[in-house]
Design a protein around this ligand. Structure first.
Ligand SMILES: *Cc1c(COP(=O)(O)O)cnc(C)c1O
Length: 421
C-alpha cells in the first residue's frame, strides 16, 4: 500500500496480515452482496422504474408515481405485501415510533422479546423520561422478556411472556450492547413460537442496520413488519434522509394513517426531489453494506491481533453492520474516535468529544465525518462512556476509505501509547 498517510510500518504489516486472514469472510460478504443486488435489480425491472419516477411531485402528492413505484419496489425486494418509504420519516426512531403508535391501541401490550429496546425508544414507550405523549401515556402497556446471560433470545421465556401481547417486538441489531445480533434463523424461531402461542400477535422487527447483511430478511422469516432508517443500510449512503416500514398491507396502512392522517394514509405526501436519491440509494445498498461489513471485519481482525476483544466473533452469522471493539479505557475510546474522525473525508480536522445526546442516558462519544449528517452507513464510531468502554464502529461507503479510517484510529492509539506493536 502507498503510505501517503505515513502510517507506522509495523501497523501496515499487521494490517496486511489481517486482510489476508479475512479473505474467506470477504468472499462470503461478496456473495451476499451479489444476492442482494439481484433482488434489487429484479425489482427495479419488474416494477418498471423509469426516469419519470425521479421527477418528484409537489403539493399533496396525489398519484406521485415516484413515491408509489418506490413503495412497490421496496415491497418486492423485502418480499412483503406493501411498504411505506418516505423522506418524511426524520429518523429510524421516528419510523419505529410511527409503527408502534400505528399498530397499538389503548389497553394493548407491547412485548419486547430481545431485552431492553434501543435507547431512543425508551422515551417513546414511556420507560424513561416524562412519559408525556408516550405509548404508556396512551394506555399501552409494556412487557419485556430479557435475553439470556449469553445475550441470546430466551425462547422458553418468550413463549410464556408473549401470551397476551398485541405486538411482539424484536431488535435485530445488537445496538449499544455486547449481545450478538439476531440471525434470520433466530427471528424465524421467534415467529414460529408466536404463531403457536399467540397467533394474532404482530411480529414487529427493528431492522435498523440489518438490511442486506444476510441472504434473507426478517420478512422472509415471517415477520409482519420491518422498520428501518434510510441513512443507514437501506439508503446506500445516497438517500438524504428518511425511513421505511414494510410488511403486511393492513399494518402498513395503519402506519401510514399515523404518519399522515386517518383516511389519507399513503395517498398523500409528495416526494419533492427525494426520489432519485432514494432509488439510487437502494440500488447501491447491497454493495455499500458489503463495504461497511468488510471495513468492520478488517477492524475486528486487526484489533484482535492488537489484543482487544472484538465482536462479532469470526465466523458468526452477521445480523448487522456493527463491529464492537472493547477498548476497556475511556482514553482509548477517545483516541480511537479521534482517529476515525481524522480519517474521514468530511470534518477530518475536528475532535470528537463526549456529550449528552438527546434520547440517550449516558454521555456518548461519536466520530463521523459524513456527507449526510449522522449517517452511520458512513464510517463512524460511537459509544456510551460507560463500562466496558466499547466503541461501536459501523459503516464505510467504500472499503478502501473504511480501511484507511481504521488504520488512522489504530495509528492515533499507537501515538498515544494505548497499543503496543
Ligand atoms: C439507529 C437505530 C435506531 C434508531 O434510529 P435513529 O435513526 O438513530 O433514530 C433504532 N434501533 C436500532 C437498532 C438502531 O441501530
Amino acid at each position: 500500500m502507498n503510505n501517503a498517510f505515513a502510517f507506522d510500518e509495523r501497523l501496515l504489516k499487521a494490517a496486511a496480515e489481517a486482510e489476508q486472514a479475512a479473505a474467506a469472510e470477504f468472499a462470503e460478504i461478496d456473495r451476499i452482496s451479489q444476492h442482494g443486488t439481484a433482488k434489487v435489480l429484479r425489482a427495479f425491472q419488474s416494477q418498471r422504474v423509469s426516469a419519470a419516477c425521479f421527477a418528484g411531485a409537489n403539493g399533496y402528492g396525489y398519484d406521485d408515481i415516484g413515491r408509489d413505484t418506490l413503495d412497490r419496489v421496496w415491497a418486492e425486494v423485502f418480499h412483503t405485501e406493501d411498504a411505506l418509504v418516505r423522506h418524511h420519516f426524520v429518523s429510524g426512531t421516528h419510523a419505529l415510533s410511527t409503527a408502534l403508535f400505528g399498530v397499538l391501541r389503548p389497553g394493548n401490550v407491547l412485548c419486547s422479546v430481545t431485552g431492553s429496546p434501543y435507547d431512543t425508544l425508551e422515551e417513546v414507550i414511556g420507560i424513561r423520561g416524562s412519559g408525556n405523549g408516550s405509548l404508556k401515556d396512551f394506555g399501552v402497556q409494556y412487557a419485556q422478556v430479557d435475553l439470556t446471560a449469553e445475550g441470546r433470545p430466551d425462547f422458553d421465556a418468550i413463549a410464556d411472556g408473549i401470551s397476551g401481547a398485541k405486538v411482539v417486538y424484536l431488535q435485530r441489531s445488537r445496538g449499544y450492547s455486547l449481545r450478538p445480533a439476531l440471525s434470520v434463523a433466530d427471528i424465524a424461531k421467534i415467529v414460529g413460537i408466536t404463531r403457536q402461542v399467540n397467533p394474532s400477535a404482530v411480529v414487529m422487527v427493528d431492522n435498523c442496520y440489518g438490511e442486506f447483511v444476510d441472504y434473507d430478511e426478517p420478512t422472509d422469516a415471517g415477520a409482519d413488519l420491518i422498520i428501518g432508517s434510510l441513512i443507514k443500510n437501506a439508503g446506500g449512503g445516497i438517500a438524504e434522509t428518511g425511513g421505511y416500514i414494510a410488511g403486511r398491507a393492513d399494518l402498513v396502512e395503519q402506519c401510514a394513517y399515523r404518519l399522515t392522517c386517518v383516511g389519507m394514509g399513503k395517498e398523500v405526501g409528495c416526494s419533492l426531489n427525494q426520489c432519485r436519491s432514494m432509488y439510487m440509494g437502494l440500488f447501491f445498498a447491497p454493495e455499500v453494506v458489503a463495504n461497511a461489513r468488510k471495513t468492520g471485519v478488517f477492524a475486528a481482525t486487526l484489533f484482535r491481533r492488537l489484543g482487544f476483544s472484538c465482536l462479532p466473533v469470526p465466523g458468526q452469522t452477521a445480523g448487522d453492520i456493527i463491529t464492537v471493539l472493547v477498548l476497556r479505557d475511556p482514553a482509548a475510546m477517545e483516541a480511537f474516535c479521534a482517529g476515525i474522525q481524522a480519517g474521514s473525508p468530511v470534518d477530518s480536522y475536528v475532535t470528537p468529544e463526549a456529550w449528552d445526546m438527546p434520547g440517550y442516558e449516558s454521555k456518548v462519544i461519536m466520530a463521523a465525518g459524513a456527507f449526510t449528517g449522522g449517517a452511520s452507513i458512513e464510517l463512524s464510531a460511537d459509544g456510551p462512556m460507560r463500562e466496558p468502554y466499547a466503541v461501536y464502529m459501523q459503516g464505510g461507503l467504500t472499503y478502501g476509505s473504511g480501511k484507511l479510517g481504521v488504520l488512522q484510529a489504530a495509528q492515533t492509539m499507537l501515538e498515544r501509547g494505548l497499543i503496543a506493536l
